[in-house]
Structure formats: structure tokens, C-alpha cells
Design a protein around this ligand. Structure first.
Ligand code: FES
Length: 114
């Protein structure tokens, strides 16, 4: 069996200037809502905007912060928290996994990998 490397395609989704420091914002990527979060406009995360708890598109309006060494987001509806790196539910429910996406910033633009 041959393993083939799959080349990432980076899609330009927004300008860094469109984000406020230490917050989130939703963008559309191929008709899917993606929540993009930043810490001080220097550290970036991307997840599905849809909360795994009740499938509501609102995570981009959640509060971000730290839990131990983890970066997290708290859903604004019922306050469940998720690891921004892995999407894991920090309350321990293995069925509530938040989809995460690779993200990068170059020349003032924010890109997501598809
Ligand atoms: S909808 Fe997000 S915690 Fe309930």
C-alpha cells in the first residue's frame, strides 16, 4: 500500500484587521460556519462555529481563556468549555468534540486549511 501525501490548500478567509484582540469571529468556508479566535492577534485557533452540545452556531461569541495550560472557549449558551487546540470537551463528555481546523496568518491575512 502506498501512502500519498495530501497537499493542504490554504483559503484566505479574512484580514487580521477585521478581528478584535482576544475574541472570536465567524467566517464562512464552503458554506460552513467557522469560528476564528485569537489571543492578542498573535495566537490563532479555528473551530466549527457549531457547539457540539445543542448544535447552535454561536461559539464565535464565546469567551476565550485558559484552563491550566490549555486555551479554551466557553459556549455562551450553557457555558460548556472546549479545548481550542483539540476540540475536546473539557467537562469530559467524549461525544461532544468540537471540530478544529488548521489556521495561519501571513501578510495580514488569515488562512484556513481545507
Ligand atoms: S449549546 Fe453550547 S453549551 Fe449548550
Amino acid at each position: 500500500m502506498t501512502v500519498q501525501a495530501v497537499e493542504k490548500i490554504w483559503v484566505d478567509v479574512a484580514a487580521v484587521d477585521e478581528f478584535v484582540p482576544n475574541g472570536g469571529r465567524a467566517v464562512l468556508l464552503e458554506e460552513k460556519q467557522i469560528a476564528i479566535f485569537n489571543f492578542n492577534l498573535t495566537e490563532w485557533y479555528a473551530t466549527a462555529n457549531q457547539c457540539p452540545h445543542k448544535q447552535q452556531n454561536l461559539l464565535s461569541r464565546g469567551l476565550i481563556g485558559n484552563q491550566c495550560d490549555l486555551r479554551k472557549v466557553a459556549c455562551p449558551l450553557h457555558k460548556h468549555t472546549f479545548d481550542l487546540e483539540t476540540g475536546e470537551h473539557l467537562g469530559g463528555n467524549p461525544e461532544w468534540v468540537l471540530e478544529t481546523f488548521e489556521i495561519k496568518v501571513e501578510d495580514g491575512r488569515v488562512y484556513l486549511a481545507v
